[in-house]
Design a protein around this ligand. Structure first.
Ligand code: 13P
Length: 250
């Protein structure tokens, strides 16, 4: 019922020319009809990657944006700009933006709303830090991030979003959540959305992110509420990304 989504988050890697070369290679990977593939690339590469991938089913996204149409916001990039460059998705509230750039839940909520206003699919990232995890605060942190992050959404817009659960302690550490740990949080997220928005929750895709690699994608995707992955490091090499995209149903 929910179409799997495998998304690469390139973070601040690949110059525009490297990105374009990688996009050419991406065209040669096996495309599976029953799953979506997305690459969230740095701003300067959105246009060229979109051009290379146009005519394929591989989707292009941005990793951030500023929640205003235009204005005196030096150094920022608007939803209109990313959309016009070819992005149909945008990552909102990645933990690196929360931690390094001090983005708050309220600011992230504005980005989610702005993305939807411009018909861009927001991927709202949530996840607890190691400290919060060890203090037993995982569910309360995620509940707060979701309640605030989705505060502008109504019953009929909720279906248009994607959520990514990325435990901060699993990002770039090689330490992934076990499939069961991830499933428990995904289930919790779905239930919470169900309580607030009703049955629409059943069609929302919830991705897992944090040290996803060829070795663990199959077992993660076997869980009932894991609908895809948000992949950092392993999305930068064609060998590992194509293996993840081609995950096996077990
Ligand atoms: P890694 O896959 O490198 O752990 O990164 C995960 C991530 O932050 C994706 O958004």
């Amino acid at each position: 019922m929910r179409r799997p989504l495998i998304a690469g988050n390139w973070k601040m890697y690949k110059t525009p020319s490297e990105a374009e070369k990688f996009a050419q290679e991406l065209k040669s990977i096996d495309i599976y009809k029953e799953r979506d593939i997305l690459v969230c690339v740095p701003f300067p590469a959105i246009l060229s990657v979109s051009r290379v991938l146009s005519g394929t089913s591989i989707l292009v996204g941005a990793q951030n944006m500023y929640p205003a149409k235009e204005g005196a916001y030096t150094g920022e990039v608007s939803p209109l700009m990313i959309k016009d460059s070819g992005a149909s998705f945008v990552i909102c509230g990645h933990s690196e933006r929360r931690q390094i750039f001090k983005e708050t839940d309220d600011f992230i909520a504005e980005k989610v709303k702005a993305a939807l206003d411009y018909e861009i699919t927001p991927i709202l990232c949530v996840g607890e830090t190691l400290q919060e995890n060890e203090a037993g605060e995982t569910f309360s942190v995620i509940e707060r991030q979701l309640r605030t992050g989705l505060k502008f959404l109504s019953g009929n817009t909720i279906e248009k979003i994607v959520i990514a659960y990325e435990p901060v302690w699993a990002i770039g550490t090689g330490k992934n959540a076990t499939p069961q740990q991830a499933q428990d949080v995904h289930r919790f997220i779905r239930k919470l959305i169900e309580q607030n928005y009703g049955q629409s929750a059943s069609c929302i895709r919830i991705l897992y992110g944090g040290s996803v690699k060829p070795e663990n994608i199959d077992i993660l995707m076997a869980e009932a509420d894991i609908d895809g992955a948000l992949v950092g490091g392993a999305s930068l090499k064609i060998e590992s990304f194509s293996r993840i995209v081609g995950f096996q149903r077990i």
